[in-house]
Write a protein that binds this ligand. Structure first.
Ligand code: HEM
Length: 115
C-alpha cells in the first residue's frame, strides 16, 4: 500500500512538472494587441487558472502528493540505511498524519485566496 502511494505520488509529480512547464511556457511571450504584452499574458493566464475552483482543489491535492512523497521518501532513505527498520509501520503512519496536517492547514490559503 505504502509503496503504491509512493510510486503514484512520484509519477503525479513528474506529470505535473510537464503540465506546469507546458502551461507556463505558453503564457510568456508577446500577446499581439496588448501594449505591455508578455507580462499581461502571463498575469491573465494565471488569474484565469486561479479563478477556477477545480484548479484550487487540484493545488491542494498537489501539495498533499508532494508532502507525502517527500516525507515518505525521507523515511525510505532512512530504511535503506537500516535506520528505523523495526518501526516502519509507525513511521509510515507519522508520514501520513503529518501530510494530512500540512494539507488541512493549507486549505484556507488555497481556497480562500483572492480570486
Ligand atoms: C525531497 C524530495 C524527494 C524525496 C526525499 C524523494 C524520495 C524518493 C525515494 C526514496 C524514492 C525511491 C522509493 C523506493 O525505494 O522505491 C523515490 C522514487 C520516485 N520519486 Fe521521489 N523524492 C523526492 C522528490 C521527487 C520529485 C520532486 C519527483 C518528481 C518530479 C519525484 C518522483 C519520483 C518517482 C517518479 C519515483 C519512482 C517511483 C517508482 O516508480 O518506483 N520525487 N523518491
Amino acid at each position: 500500500m505504502g509503496w503504491l502511494l509512493h510510486k503514484f505520488t512520484g509519477w503525479v509529480l513528474v506529470g505535473y512538472l510537464f503540465a506546469h512547464t507546458a502551461v507556463l511556457s505558453t503564457a510568456v511571450g508577446v500577446n499581439p494587441g496588448q501594449a505591455a504584452a508578455g507580462e499581461d499574458l502571463y498575469t491573465e493566464t494565471l488569474r484565469g487558472l486561479e479563478e477556477l475552483l477545480i484548479v484550487r482543489f487540484l493545488e491542494v491535492g498537489l501539495l498533499a502528493a508532494a508532502v507525502f512523497h517527500i516525507l515518505n521518501g525521507i523515511r525510505l532513505l532512512f530504511v535503506d540505511l537500516g535506520v528505523g527498520l523495526e518501526v516502519q509501520d509507525e513511521s509510515f503512519c507519522a508520514a501520513v498524519v503529518l501530510t494530512a496536517a500540512v494539507t488541512l492547514a493549507s486549505v484556507p490559503t488555497f481556497l480562500g485566496g483572492q480570486l
